[in-house]
Design a protein around this ligand. Structure first.
Ligand SMILES: [Zn+2]
Length: 167
């Protein structure tokens, strides 16, 4: 699988990803403009080398339906980068209800986080405040674009400011 290009809507919200050739075509056809180039890669022909797109923006606004991400254990781990939100550990992971179920905490994106088993059992039936354990970030319902990774499995850093605005 080749490198991907992030597509922004005319209002700069991330809406999709595509392949490099498709991005080139959109820019060539004047349907999109180049927003950021890839530093990792240049495209070469016999005589020239071209900047390869990393982010493009559509010239015309398109309305896009909301795409839901299914809430599963694996997707919560993915959202949290397979990292315990309390201590940063990346192994021995489980799911933690931020507000414990026994205290009325719901099973939804905003109340479920990735935690290592140790933090999970230390926290027990307490809220993070009571247990004096801080979450490194506030859990949110992810956009499907949060799961977009480049071929090495990393998230393109350049994409981040746009992904946080994605729907
Ligand atoms: Zn932990």
């Amino acid at each position: 699988m080749g490198r991907k290009v992030l597509i922004l809507n005319a209002d700069y919200r991330a809406i999709s990803i595509c392949t490099v050739p498709k991005a080139f075509l959109l820019v060539y056809l004047n349907k999109a403009e180049l927003v950021a180039e890839s530093e990792k890669e240049r495209l070469r022909s016999i005589n020239n080398s071209f900047a390869s797109p990393s982010i493009i923006r559509l010239n015309k606004y398109v309305s896009v339906p909301y795409r839901n991400v299914v809430m599963t254990r694996q997707n919560i781990f993915k959202r949290d980068n397979n990292t315990c939100v309390y201590c940063g550990k990346t192994t021995d992971l489980t799911l933690d209800h931020v507000i414990p179920k026994a205290r009325g905490g719901k099973t939804h994106w905003e109340n479920l986080v990735t935690a290592c088993k140790r933090c999970n059992s230390t926290k027990g039936c307490s809220t993070p405040d009571e247990a004096n354990m801080n979450l490194k970030y506030k859990p949110v319902k992810p956009s499907f674009l949060m799961f977009v990774r480049d071929c090495s499995g990393k998230l393109e850093e350049k994409w981040l400011p746009f992904l946080s605005k994605a729907r």
